[in-house]
Ligand binder design. Structure first.
Ligand SMILES: [Cu+2]
Length: 162
């Protein structure tokens, strides 16, 4: 009857291993000079798409503000920082010069809000693949992260570019 007693321990071990695996998969964070870049992901795009959006969370743990001033990636001709605005029921996006992250502040780039715009895609953003993205901060400097391409629904037909 020894193995019955051991079973809960075995199950516990399995649960712990699964948790560790999902943690490894879920929490991608890179911290350089007090700027943390968390969970970078991009929405999968059809093969003929020219543009794609990348999303992530920024956390500034320094005592002074920082600014995301530019970005680049080998998968796109040009990378811009965008904000989204809802006007007359239509979501549109516009380029912003910089994204300020105040001291201690966490800023989330997400669909329908701030995002990193990949323009002139050189390769399709296929679900399950990943690509590098370099973010340039005024204070923290260059931070390169690995962006994971995910299937996360669609932004809808009302999404357009200015
Ligand atoms: Cu955009």
């Amino acid at each position: 009857m020894k193995y019955i007693k051991a079973l809960p321990l075995v199950l516990l071990a399995i649960v712990m291993i699964l948790n560790a695996e999902s943690d490894k998969f879920m929490s991608h964070a890179t911290e350089i000079n007090g700027m943390e870049v968390m969970e970078p992901w991009a929405r999968e795009r059809p093969a003929n798409a020219m543009m794609g959006g990348a999303f992530l969370t920024l956390k500034n743990s320094e005592g002074e503000a920082d600014r995301l001033v530019s970005a680049s990636s080998p998968v796109a001709d040009k990378v811009e920082i965008h904000d989204s605005v809802m006007k007359d029921g239509v979501m549109s996006m516009m380029r912003i010069e910089e994204l300020v992250v105040e001291p201690g502040e966490t800023v989330m780039l997400k669909p329908g809000g701030f995002h990193v715009m990949l323009m002139g895609l050189k390769k399709p953003l296929t679900k399950g693949t990943e690509f590098p993205l370099t973010l340039n901060f005024a204070r923290a400097g260059e931070i390169t992260v690995t962006v994971h391409v995910k299937d996360a629904g669609d932004m809808g037909a009302t999404h357009k570019h200015n």
